[in-house]
Structure formats: C-alpha cells, structure tokens
Design a protein. Structure first.
Ligand SMILES: Nc1ncnc2c1ncn2[C@@H]1O[C@H](COP(=O)(O)OP(=O)(O)O)[C@@H](O)[C@H]1O
Ligand SMILES: CC(=O)N[C@@H](CCC(=O)OP(=O)(O)O)C(=O)O
Length: 282
C-alpha cells in the first residue's frame, strides 16, 4: 500500500525559490494527493560556514560523486543550516500557501544512516581516506510519524542530517534521502528540483536538455556528461527507480510553478536501461 503520492526534493541553491514550490504543493494537496517535501541546503551551509569561519571543502569520491568534507565543526554548521535555517524557510513558505507542515529529520531519527568510517576522496589524482569525517549513507526510514502526518493532511518536511548506528548525526545527501523516502512510502513519483532545466547532454549547453535519460542501476549514463552534484542526483534517481518508484524527474526549480511543470512533462525523466552495460570508464 502506498503511504504517499509524491515526494518533492528541493535544492538549497538560492536560485531555487520556495514560494512556487509551496503553491504547487498546496494545489497537489487540494487535489487529494499526499506530498512529502525533502530539502537540501548547499548555499545556506556555505554561507553559514563562511560567517562562522568554518572551512568548507567539497571532495570527490573515486566513483565521481561530490560530497562535503564534514568534520565536527562542519557537522554543526550542516545541522544548524538545514534543520534550523533552511527547514524554517520551507515551513514558512508552505504555511504561507495555506498548508499545515511539520519538520522531521536530524536527531529525531526519522532517517537512519550508515556512517562512512573513512570516506575515500580523490585529491590530485590520488585516492586517500578522509579522517574524522561525519558523513553517511541514508539506509532506512521510520515511516510511523510520516504516515501519521500524511493521514492527517499535514505535509512532512524532511531535512538531513541523519542518525547513524552509533546514535550520532551524520551528513547525508538530500537527494538520496528523497529517493529512500519515496521508496519507503511507496510513492509512485519523485521530483528532484534543481537550479538547471534538467539533465543536459552538456552541462554548459542550455539547448541540450534531455527529455528521457537512461541510466544503469548506479545512475551512470552514456548520453550526458555528468559532473558535480548531478552525479549524486542520478545515483539517487536510479536508487528510487530500482526501489519501485515509477516516475523520477530532474526538473527546474527556478521557475514559477516548478512542481506543476515537472508533473506535466518538464525537465528530464530518468529511466533505467537494463539492457545497457556501462563500463567504469563512463
Ligand atoms: N549533465 C548535466 N546537466 C545538468 N546539470 C549538470 C550536469 N552535470 C553537472 N551539472 C551541475 O549539477 C548541478 C546540480 O547539482 P547540485 O547543485 O548539487 O544540485 P542540488 O542542489 O539541486 O542537489 C547543476 O546546477 C549543474 O551545475
Ligand atoms: C553528504 C552531503 O553532501 N550532504 C549535503 C547535504 C545538503 C544537500 O544535499 O544540499 P543540496 O540538495 O542543496 O545539494 C551537503 O553537505 O551539501
């Protein structure tokens, strides 16, 4: 049985607005759909780190996925920026659109994660272990409170970080949280809003948006040049599809009606291409 109809993940990129998102979520809820909102917070994290004088470094894993170096000081910044600032902004926008919305995630343990003991990063062509890092991979979702809120007509708003097996907090990628939540709630649709018009064949070419992108089960594709944050987003999209989410879209969060547009065919639909074997060189 599905507990939600739609999961929307919005970005922490300042170019992505929250009012249009809220208006569109309100229209979905008015139409009887149960919607969960998940948010990231990259610009809020960067700005708060700068204000507090905490070093902010983005590393790249050997498989090409970008992640933030999260030492104890950065974990504090991530927690404040996401469960404080950004969550508050999302809740305010949803409330402004007439919805009841409640924040979850972080220390409440709605999302559980596996701690990465020493994530590996490629620096100057060499792979090294990153010590004293508090990053993890989201692994499971406690759906109890989410389901109760959805039944009551409330929009749950979910933020990283997540709780690790040792009880501590770990920084997790918000796209992966959204994919995991969509699978856990049996949602048939996942929309990943971001600060570009979809997945492009060439990230620098505005005319190269792809309507339907085929990836393998690890989010790898031959049809587009994928770098930076888009790498992890496609891993998340593939996770969702593998887990049974029927429709996954990467769509533009900068426009007036981002959810409405995505649901009516905007952005890029991601599909699994079972037949295509993609080598590790892609
Ligand atoms: N092939 C591609 N198509 C579109 N964007 C891409 C592509 N490759 C890399 N990108 C970059 O990835 C960004 C999205 O990742 P990120 O900023 O981490 O997203 P978010 O904050 O929405 O999770 C885009 O804004 C763009 O700069
Ligand atoms: C581990 C990891 O990378 N965590 C992310 C969490 C926030 C996020 O995902 O924000 P966006 O959706 O705005 O990119 C980070 O520190 O940036």
């Amino acid at each position: 049985m599905n507990l939600a109809d739609l999961v929307v993940k919005t970005s922490g990129d300042r170019r992505v607005g929250l009012d249009g998102l809220a208006e569109d979520v309100a229209a979905q809820v008015a139409g009887g759909r149960r919607v969960v909102v998940v948010h990231g917070g990259q610009d809020r994290i960067r700005e708060l780190a700068e204000r507090l004088g905490v070093a902010d470094e983005t590393l790249t894993s050997p498989s090409g996925v970008a992640f933030r170096r999260t030492d104890p000081a950065m974990l504090e910044v991530v927690t404040l920026a996401l469960t404080g600032s950004m969550r508050g902004e999302v809740l305010t926008a949803l409330r402004g659109a007439g919805l009841r919305a409640v924040g979850l995630g972080g220390a409440d343990g709605t999302v559980r994660a596996r701690r990465k003991p020493a994530p590996r990063a490629v620096v100057d062509g060499r792979t090294m272990a990153v010590h004293d890092d508090h990053s993890g991979r989201p692994e499971s979702v406690d759906t109890t409170v989410l389901a109760a809120l959805l039944r009551a007509g409330v929009v749950p708003v979910l933020s990283p970080p997540a709780v690790a097996e040792d009880g501590g907090l770990v920084n997790v990628n918000a796209d992966r949280v959204a994919a995991l939540v969509a699978v856990a709630l049996g949602a048939p649709e996942l929309v990943l809003l971001t600060a570009t018009d979809g997945v492009r064949a060439d990230p620098t070419d505005a005319g190269s948006r792809i309507d339907v992108l085929e990836t393998d089960a690890r989010g790898r594709t031959r049809t587009a040049r994928i770098t930076g944050g888009m790498t992890g987003k496609l891993v998340a999209a593939a996770d969702a599809l593998t887990g049974g989410v029927a429709a996954v879209r990467v769509a533009d969060g900068r426009i007036a009606h981002p959810v409405r547009d995505a649901l009516s065919g905007g952005g890029t639909r991601v599909r699994l291409a079972h037949a295509v074997a993609i080598g590790s060189d892609s």
